[in-house]
Design a protein. Structure first.
Length: 121
């Protein structure tokens, strides 16, 4: 058991709930911190840590922002477009681009993503 990792995840979850509470309150960071007795520097420190954790792939603790996905661009290949599904995932391939997403991911967002990626290649 890695107690340091568990403690770090606990703190990240705690601060994620504080960040959510601040957003739901509609208050500015300054006003929220004053009302909650939190130093602004502490708030921004943990905001940065949460963002880093999300970027480092700590999605197992529910910190990955929805709508974000890793996109790797490769040289286009002459492959006909195909779409397949397997085990709750959909894979869309075409023009050397492959997108894999959960079946619950909105189709319109996948179409937009594919359009933007092909436009930038």
């Amino acid at each position: 058991m890695d107690t340091r990792r568990i403690a770090a995840e606990y703190r990240l979850r705690h601060w994620a709930s504080i960040m959510s509470e601040r957003q739901e309150s509609g208050l500015s960071v300054r006003a929220f911190c004053e009302d909650s007795g939190i130093h602004e520097n502490t708030y921004f420190y943990w905001q940065k840590r949460l963002r880093e954790a999300a970027c480092d792939g700590l999605s197992g603790i529910g910190l990955t922002p929805s709508g974000f996905i890793e996109v790797k661009l490769a040289k286009p290949a002459m492959i006909p477009p195909t779409a397949t599904t397997s085990a709750g995932q959909i894979s869309i391939e075409g023009s050397g681009i492959r997108i894999i997403a959960d079946c619950e991911y909105p189709a319109d967002k996948l179409v937009s993503l594919l359009r933007e990626v092909t436009r930038s290649c």
